[in-house]
Design a protein. Sequence first.
Length: 268
Amino acid sequence: MTLLKKNNSISLPLIGSLLEGVILGKKEKSLIIDLSPYGTGIIQGPEFLESRDYIKSLSPEDKVFVKIIDWNNEEGFIELSLENLERKKSWETIKELKNKNESFPFVILEANTGGLMGKTESIKGFLPASQLAAEHYPKVEQGKKSEILEKLKTLIGKEIQVKVLDFDQATNKLILSEKLVEKDKLKNIIKNYQVEDKVKVKITKIVDFGAFVKLEDSGIDGLIHLSEISDPAPAPEDIDKILKEGEIKEARIISTENNKISLSLKNL
């Protein structure tokens, strides 16, 4: 620790130094800390509000780590901020998970129309509805907020595998994504397929530009474009005369690029 000489009698830690102190008392908006032999410190104002959840768990005589903000304020106290080392370690873990692109469990505690909230590594996180995997995404006609909220509430208490999408320790922002986990799973499954492989597919939805299908052996989705249904290609309004939703077909894989499987019914 770097020290600062004061009156040639005592060496004081520099502002910004980390010290261990003992809690002398808790007030409604402040925390008094014994920093012997340097004096008595206080945590108040914005520093108190920032750590109020952590302060609730503390009691007189507990030892805590604090950072020196200023020596001798107007009341004669040493101005301090509280260092929650456990929380600091949690942010380091989150940073590591982001750097290594690893997934981890996230327990859902709350829901609003924008998404889901919970905690991981003691840090509050937010999982936007737009970052939910297809399995959990609230499919609601006309996007009615009340119905979206009800569907999201069904996930409260559940554990979802997520990845860190973005974070900012300074503002306590942690944004998570389930889509990133789903994307990795899809990528690993698609590795098992090769162009020209023949597979059984189930027609799940007919659209103007072709038909969406589900590969029967893996359950992942694929697309048969209009131009790959027959030769010559049918008109968009005639697709449902050739294909029926729910029927099983044999198709040939023609592309696995960008984690998407494209198939063809021609030349089988």
